[in-house]
Ligand binder design. Structure first.
Ligand code: APR
Length: 266
């Protein structure tokens, strides 16, 4: 029986072995990721000391009212994010989660990230609860198209307008003051309700409704593993807290899980 809050010292093996054992024995295991899994791909997170919200006010550049009040500042912020994403690639943490899915130890990755790096790393079932930066959506009629068209118009110094209704086009991400896409969130909630193990990676778990998913999972009997560089809002709920870099800890868990799988039965 695991005690709650078994800390894993960086590089330690106890916590990694425990995490691998939980994932091997769990059923319908779910991973929930946040911006922290993509920092080793060169994409800043939000609430670390060097994160995006440490230097910018999200209410002024990443909210629906900011988009309406100051589209130029809004588009400048997202142009910079698209530029950073163009140079980003999946890291060892993303690849480790894809491997756990291939091993049958993870059924779905629920992500708050909009960078598409899980899919590029090979994860097949990914639920994007905060939208994505692959598409642009018309704020007027909702028409969706590739984001490259929006980027090209912005680089030409114009505002991207919908060909159908003339409305402004914006990235198909969830802005502050907006609701999450209902279908994606329903899938995420259903998965967390049924999972045997919820593995949370690289999220401060401060933004609702996603921050409530670990609570829901634990209330329904799931085991909770948190891999994070810093303390999170749900550490006290966790069976296991692995403090460290996702790109280091997750491959260690895969090696432990594969090593155990290779051992002869009995
Ligand atoms: N390995 C492990 N943890 C990391 C790493 C790493 N390489 N890099 C950063 N972290 C941790 C940070 O310590 C932090 O606790 O990841 C966490 C990231 O938290 P946030 O920056 O708050 O990101 P996230 O939880 O995804 O934010 C949720 O808030 O602003 C909105 O829409 C935005 O989807 C985002 C949501």
């Amino acid at each position: 029986m695991l005690g709650r809050r078994d800390e894993h010292a960086p590089g330690g093996s106890t916590g990694v072995a425990q995490a691998a054992a939980l994932l091997r024995s769990g059923r319908l295991n779910v991973v929930l990721t946040g911006a922290g899994i993509s920092t080793e791909s060169g994409l800043p997170d939000f609430r670390s000391k060097d994160g995006l919200w440490a230097r910018m006010d999200p209410a002024r550049i990443a909210s629906l009212s900011a988009f309406r009040r100051d589209p130029q500042a809004f588009y400048a912020f997202y142009t910079n994010r698209l530029e950073a994403l163009a140079h980003a690639a999946p890291n060892a943490g993303h690849r480790a989660l894809a491997r756990l899915e291939a091993l049958g130890m993870v059924q779905v990755v629920v992500t708050q990230n909009v960078d598409g790096l899980h899919q590029r790393a090979g994860s097949r079932r990914v639920v994007e609860v905060h939208g994505n930066l692959r598409e642009a959506r018309c704020a007027g009629c909702g028409t969706i198209g590739p984001i490259e068209e929006m980027g090209a118009v912005l680089r030409a110094g114009a505002l991207p307008r919908c060909g159908r209704c003339g409305g402004l086009r914006r990235p198909n991400v969830v802005l502050f003051e907006e609701l999450l896409p209902a279908s994606a969130y329903e899938q995420a909630e259903a998965a967390c309700r049924e999972c045997g193990v919820l593995l949370v990676v690289g999220s401060s778990l401060e933004v609702h409704p996603v921050a409530g998913l670990p609570v829901l999972a634990v209330e329904r009997g799931a085991r909770l593993i948190i891999v994070n560089r810093e303390e999170t809002a749900c550490d006290a709920l966790a069976d296991l807290v692995l403090r460290g870099e996702a790109g280091t800890v997750l491959p260690e868990i895969v090696r432990a899980a594969e090593g155990a799988a290779a051992l002869p039965a009995g």
